[in-house]
Design a binder for this molecule. Structure first.
Ligand code: FES
Length: 121
């Protein structure tokens, strides 16, 4: 494992997603709700730029006491990274595809040290 420098922490303002090349792969790093995330920018479906996708809560049903569906809402417990090409959704914490947990995209740990941000690759 190597810590690969990405950028100074202050460069991650707003919705900034910063890329770093690591050998043949591109890793995108971004901050969401105060935490850093890093993913290889290659979707497991057809190779789309998944790490450029939107972050949304998993859609979940709201059930009544008799188990009838009262509607749907976005989960605040499970967030998904949504690929912009065809909408495959990946668990933000694990990189697992929500439709089949045996499929995943590469997720990397992010280390912040002395004001700099690194991915552990
Ligand atoms: S390439 Fe990502 S959903 Fe198709």
């Amino acid at each position: 494992m190597t810590d690969v420098f990405v950028a100074r922490a202050e460069e991650f303002d707003g919705d900034a997603r910063l890329a770093v090349e690591h050998g043949p792969i591109q890793i995108l790093v971004f901050r969401h709700a105060g935490r850093f995330y890093a993913f290889e920018n290659r979707c497991a479906h057809s190779g789309g730029p998944v790490a450029e996708g939107t972050v949304l809560g998993r859609v979940e049903a709201v059930l009544g006491p008799d188990m009838t569906c009262l509607g749907e809402r976005f989960s605040t417990d499970e967030l998904h990274l949504v690929c912009p090409w065809h909408g495959w959704e990946y668990d933000l914490e694990t990189g697992e595809y929500a439709g089949d947990r045996s499929v995943r995209i590469n997720r990397f740990d992010v280390v912040e040290r002395d004001g700099a941000v690194y991915v552990r690759a």
